[in-house]
Ligand binder design. Sequence first.
Ligand code: SIN
Length: 306
Amino acid sequence: MTMEPNLAVRLGPLTLKNPVISASGVFGYGLELKRFCPPEALGLVITKGLSLTPRPGNETPRLAESCGGILNAIGLENMGVEAFIEKALPPLKAAGALVAANILGNSAEEYGLLASRLAHSDVDMLEVNVSCPNVRAGGLAFGSNPALTAEAAQAVFENAGGKPFMVKLTPLTSDIAAVALAAEKAGAAAVSLINSIPAMAVDLERRRPKLANVVGGLSGPAIKPVALRQVWQCARVLKIPVVGVGGISSARDALEFILVGAAAVEVGAAVLLDPRTPLTIINDIRNWMIQEKMSDLDELRGALKA
Ligand code: SIN
């Protein structure tokens, strides 16, 4: 008889049925891709970043392919927090999904206002985006500095009414562990990393940038080694869980992140190529555990012999 492995993981006060999470931005508001990937099959669904009021986002083109990855400069297009709570959240929760709302403010006060608006909603968690590279007031200034990250996290902590939150970090800092520790100290239940890496792509013949915004954020397999290193650096020093993000497109990628200490993983760019990827990853993790005779992912987490 084959032993059924336990894929459930803890993320702060939440128990996720498996460690696979849809990264903010690639899964819309959770139901757009349900024909390919039902949101309730995932450990957690993270919705597109929300601001206090709706945003139209950047001019197109907003996406450009690159070797080993993709550049995006969406510019935080979103329906705004009110429409999300009224229209997008109820059907997603009715589908049985565990939901985290990604939020983005221009100031600590705005992060606090977003948190207070979501405090009484049905979201299970918040993801505080202090790391968008694509708009001037995109939080990146918060995320590259421990004191500013603490300020944003503190504002969320004070206004979220006890709702757990994780802070999404940028790789663009000299000491990511220091930023992560600042988020932990300010009350974060977890951190997620990394957001995309500021980058650029140009069209030689047209002498033009490929993105209307000129610069964008690089994600996909090209950034996986960078993410792996920074997840390892954070997981070694934090008490709260670390969620790995960056170029995860297979179960092996996901398991490597767990090996260096991640509690769970977010799948981003790979969903743009094939929206069924998260389901494939969940299934392949299960099969790998059976093959390895592993009953629980705790046996792998942080087991790297470095
Ligand atoms: C965007 O909407 O431009 C991307 C969001 C992010 O990278 O945080």
